[in-house]
Design a protein around this ligand. Sequence first.
Ligand code: SAM
Ligand code: SF4
Length: 474
Amino acid sequence: MSCAIDRKKLSRSGGDFIDEAHLHELLRRQTDPGEVRDVIAKSLAKRPLQPEEAAVLLATEAPDLIEQIFDAARQLKRDVYGNRIVLFAPLYIGNECTNDCQYCAFRRSNREQIRRTLSPEELRRQVVALEDRGHKRLIVVFGEHPRYDAAFMAECVRQIYSIKSGHGVIRRVNVNAAPLDHEGYKILKAVGIGTYQIFQETYHHETYAKVHPKGTLKSDYLWRLDGLARAMEGGCDDVGLGVLFGLYDWRFEVLGLVTHALHLQEHYHCGPHTISFPRLRPAQGVQLDESHLVGDHEFKRLVAILRLSVPYTGLILTAREPPEVRREVMEFGVSQIDAGSRIELGGYTEAGDAQSMEREQFQLGDIRPLDDVVRELMIDGFIPSFCTACYRLGRTGEHFMEFAIPGFIQNFCTPNALTTLMEYLVDYASPETRTAGEAAIRREVEKLTDGDRKQQLLDRLHRIAESNERDLYY
Ligand code: SAM
Ligand code: SF4
């Protein structure tokens, strides 16, 4: 049964805080090298940037200054996140949709798309397949449809947490779906979701109206803009922002994201947990104005500038990007990627090697198996992590920021990354990946200072390798 959403009730901070004229004015300002260096210094001191400051970085065109921005982003990523990359997989549960977003194959006017909602048994099969590959973190994705109300989504999440296969279990389920009302978020919080993600798609009002036709639910810009503030008030304090890059000027969109992050920080004492920056991909029957497509160099710049603007917000790079782009962009501050992803409905058990456009939202750029991605990350010097400890120990929202801001995160994250990687190596990895992984773990452990903590970690790693003990987290 679906319950009606009360679309009149905005959050207590509700209102349109995107002042377009001001953001455009900031983008017209000239900047000088001294100013750019001052802004970089502020970022490196791990202080979030104001839109005025982010605009200084966005206006920079001199190649040597852009290199300085890249260097600073690399350094900040190392300082705040170390060399960990958290891995997750998307799980599409239903592609029915009443909206008509011009960029998406799920739009209602696309009659060629095969519509499907996974039954509980089909969902179980997908989750078992994901667990058997080693995944511990999922993001579930839904179209916007009366069938997919908060109660339905909550039931899917509850079912996912209950499914176990061998040592496999999903420990964190994030959600990407339409904006809800306060009641809806409470229902999802009660089943223990991780992050609730809503991408604004574009902060530019005119473009927003153009790609989200009038009369559809998604055409309501303000309801969507306010969606994550309501989530916070409903108890979902880990929220994820995003823009679909390619719809409008990327510089304007970065200022939109920074403004949105500051709005949440100001009103809820906690910025967004993550920011996603998907670039527009080919999708069934989609033909869009290509004047705002973002090239690879600009893409690197926007990721680096986001890293510098929001030092404590996780940055998510998705498998929309091809492996070579992911490899390059990762070092500028990405903290999470999806891997081994399939986005066809039922794709983890039913899809072959090729993608089928009539069964998915858009085309992915990277469909390498999880094991290949894990191995490659380690070869490139990263530590793949399946850690879910923070949210399970209540280190979310404002509390998470308390841990993150003084830099204590390293004490928890590195050991948890290593123990979850060890679980993966022992339970799921190919022999090649296991060998590479054990060497990577040894290297990381050697870097730690001797003492009780290091000894305890060694003990945990040994217990995972030699017994059935799992889930030993800090
Ligand atoms: N239906 C929900 C909504 O619109 O909020 C869930 C989101 S949708 C299934 C996930 C995201 O995919 C969208 O927010 C959009 O940014 C992105 N997306 C849609 N079409 C895309 C395309 N052609 N290329 C890349 N990303 C796309
Ligand atoms: Fe539906 Fe979301 Fe696709 Fe829009 S982006 S058509 S709301 S699934």
